[in-house]
Design a binder for this molecule. Structure first.
Ligand code: ZN
Length: 309
């Protein structure tokens, strides 16, 4: 028997301890894109998830980004699939939500789900929305962003390469989540979310902490020129525009959605030192994360979850 202990610091160390041996699986490590650790790799009751230290330190919210590990779904959508519309059994998805609720210390009737269609629509969520999408029917459509200032409501958005954006204002105690795929990024849903937090709850963008979650990296995200052109137009003023679109051939370019969303968040007035960029790509880690590109569309959904204390 061999004990495998990672060299990462602090809280991670204990959860990295794993036994390898006959019939036991060795813990898989994430391939990280940077040298720093923007996200902590955590585990509770067999559920593996990622967290941003800056959000944990804020002390006003609980949050996580799920992985494939720790659920009951099988096959291409195994094991932690959090979508009711990708061919999974309802009872499996219910159980997966129950396990996520266990990690967050809440009930499955506390979740409020987005209804994502690549819009820039952001919904103000209240206690009346609790459970919508899990324990009761959603009475809204085309919602790619969620914000609230009410404690105990678990905002929930879903991913398999697209970019999750997390927001918390620790002063006004307001949270937000938005789904920023390439269309949402061109439409700057991150900025729309911040504007709603400012307009409805009186947040100051300079107080807001933001984090860009696990999603497809620039090395894995090749796009056609028409998509690249949309980014050229949308980000012509951005200081980092040369890092967003990386020409590859006459018809193709590589797109950096992390840099594009950084530009969106800065334009929204968030301070650079308040923004966490990801170091984990979904497509580079297809054993651990769902990736639409890397799986050819055979995949489940992961979730971003954020709740005010
Ligand atoms: Zn990648």
């Amino acid at each position: 028997m061999l004990f495998l202990i990672s060299v990462t610091a602090g809280i991670e160390k204990s959860v990295h301890k794993q036994i390898t041996g006959k019939g036991m699986k060795r813990r898989m490590e994430f391939i990280r894109k940077k040298q720093y650790t923007a996200m902590l790799d955590m585990e509770k009751d067999g559920v593996r998830y990622l967290q941003f230290p800056a959000f944990t330190k804020s002390g006003v919210c609980r949050h996580l980004f799920s992985t494939r590990i720790g659920g009951v779904s099988t096959g291409d959508i195994g094991t932690m699939n959090l979508s009711y519309s990708r061919g999974d059994l309802k009872e499996n998805v219910d159980e997966n939500f129950r396990r996520i609720a266990g990690v967050l210390g809440c009930d499955i009737s506390d979740f409020v789900l987005s209804q994502q269609t690549h819009t820039t629509n952001v919904r103000l969520v209240t206690v009346a929305d609790k459970g919508k999408g899990v324990t009761c029917v959603q009475d809204y459509r085309d919602v790619d962003g969620l914000i609230t200032n009410e404690p105990g409501i678990v905002l929930s958005t879903f991913y398999a390469d697209c970019v999750p954006l997390f927001f918390v204002d620790p002063i006004k105690k307001v949270i937000g989540l938005s789904h920023s795929g390439w269309r949402g990024t061109v439409g700057k849903i991150g900025k729309v979310t911040v504007e709603k937090m400012t307009g409805h709850y009186g947040c100051n963008p300079e107080d807001i902490l933001a984090a860009v979650g696990p999603s497809i990296c620039a090395d894995c995200y090749e796009v056609s020129m028409d998509v690249a052109d949309e980014f050229k137009n949308a980000f012509s003023e951005a200081e980092n525009r040369d890092k967003i679109i990386l020409p590859k051939s006459e018809n193709k370019a590589m797109l950096d959605l992390w840099q594009a969303n950084l530009a969106v968040l800065l334009q929204a007035g968030i301070r650079k030192e308040h923004i966490t960029l990801p170091d984990i790509c979904t497509a580079c880690n297809k054993e651990l994360l769902f990736s639409h590109r890397a799986s050819g569309g055979k995949r489940g959904n992961m979730g971003a979850f954020l709740v005010l204390n």
